[in-house]
Design a binder for this molecule. Structure first.
Ligand code: CMX
Length: 133
């Protein structure tokens, strides 16, 4: 793993949380982007070498909607940047981690992504991601 690429935070409303995080981090939101396949709308903040991603559900089938229903707003996942997502998925699988995708899928911010099931990672949802070149 190269670094923490971003930390994902589930929120009820981006229109409330974007100004909140702009004040908190003292930096503007540099991008909002919808990911239709995940039924989420995202907002990004650069913070040094890493990012904060706010996630709002856009449909009841969204993993974020389910998370908010069950746990409420809060930290949703940690994403690690990797150099070769295919090699890293193979390595993690061989170490016994449960991958939630068989092949990487397209995520927000021009990334290929794959999630690991939180049951096998001490209750923390982990994403690995790689820039699409
Ligand atoms: N962090 C930690 N635990 C989580 C979690 C999260 N983000 N989301 C769910 N869980 C836990 C649940 O609390 C539950 O635990 P218990 O069995 O102890 O109750 C368990 O995982 C199963 O969860 P569930 O509510 O029954 O939900 P599902 O099994 O339907 O889905 C998960 C859970 C992680 C497999 C699913 O949310 C998923 O596939 N996530 C990956 C995709 C995703 O999160 N997309 C949104 C972000 C997209 C983006 O960043 O662009």
């Amino acid at each position: 793993m190269l670094k923490v690429e971003h930390i994902g935070i589930a929120v009820n409303s981006l229109s409330v949380s974007i100004p909140l995080f702009e004040k908190l981090l003292n930096t503007p939101c540099y991008k909002t982007e919808g990911v239709e396949s995940e039924q989420v709308q995202t907002a990004f903040f650069q913070q040094g070498d890493t990012k904060i991603e706010l996630l709002e559900a856009t449909g009841p089938g969204s993993a974020i909607a389910k998370f908010l229903d069950k746990k409420g707003e809060g930290m949703h996942h940690i994403a690690f940047e990797v150099a070769d997502i295919y090699a890293e998925m193979k390595r993690l699988q061989s170490e016994g981690f449960v991958l939630l995708q068989e092949t990487p899928k397209k995520g927000a911010d021009n990334k290929l992504i794959c999630f690991l099931h939180p049951k096998n990672t001490n209750g923390v949802l982990i994403e690995i991601c790689q820039d699409i070149k």
